[in-house]
Design a protein around this ligand. Structure first.
Ligand SMILES: Nc1nc2c(c(=O)[nH]1)N[C@H]1C(S)=C(S)[C@@H](COP(=O)(O)O)O[C@H]1N2
Ligand SMILES: [Mo]
Length: 203
């Protein structure tokens, strides 16, 4: 039996519902670090988040303003396209929906682009960031998110592959068409459902 089959057996042996592990994935207790480029550092008060695009009133939030908003803590599984999955990760942040609705969305809005430091982007259908679990997160397991994992603030869209969750998030943009983000321009799937194994173009 190969590594993946053995890992899947272990998932069941540990008492997890094996249906939680998408096809082609293995479960890990580790928290791998994956990104292109450098980890940005911010001076006190330097980080902010812009809400732009097809909205009535674009605005910018500071870290203190973000963390003062009503927050939600969720426990969720995450799935990286490089085949690791991690169960029951705990995140705290503000719903994307709340941040976008505050700006007032145009009726033409259909899609969304998450913008991160150094030009990293991830595109999503608007509906996928309007759900309860799409969060702009600033805490992992109750602690500030480490810089290597995207701190101070990252996006979390846990039902899609983890590349759709930009680290060092700087902008939420509402759009009227689906434009490929960073990895999508490099051959990754426009949607990225791990349970359908939508890893690459054509999957
Ligand atoms: N800004 C930025 N965000 C990013 C990436 C990146 O390269 N840059 N990589 C993505 C990918 S492919 C994954 S799997 C996750 C990894 O997050 P982690 O390092 O906290 O595990 O971040 C995603 N967000
Ligand atoms: Mo990834």
């Amino acid at each position: 039996m190969g590594f993946f089959d053995r890992n899947r057996q272990d998932v069941e042996a540990q008492g997890f519902d094996p249906a939680r592990l998408p096809p082609g994935q293995y479960l890990t207790d580790k928290f791998p670090v994956l990104h292109v480029g450098d980890v940005p550092t911010y001076a006190e008060g330097e980080w902010n988040l812009s809400i732009t695009g097809l909205v009535d009133a674009p605005y910018t939030l500071t870290y203190d303003e973000l963390t003062a908003l009503p927050s939600h803590t969720i426990t969720t599984d995450i799935h990286c396209v490089t085949k690791w999955s991690k169960f029951d990760t705990g995140w705290t942040g503000v719903r994307v929906r709340d941040l976008l609705e505050h700006a007032g969305m145009s009726s033409d809005a259909t899609h969304f682009m998450g913008h991160a430091e150094y030009g990293y982007t991830a595109n999503l259908p608007l509906a996928d960031v309007m759900g309860d679990n799409a969060l702009v997160v600033y805490a992992f397991e109750g602690e500030p998110i480490e810089p290597i994992h995207g701190g101070p603030v990252r996006l979390l869209v846990p039902h899609l592959y983890f590349w759709k969750s930009p680290k060092w998030l700087r902008g939420l943009e509402v759009t009227a068409s689906d434009k490929p983000g960073f990895w999508e321009q490099n051959g990754y799937h426009m949607y990225g459902d791990p349970f359908l194994e939508q890893r690459f173009w054509g999957d």
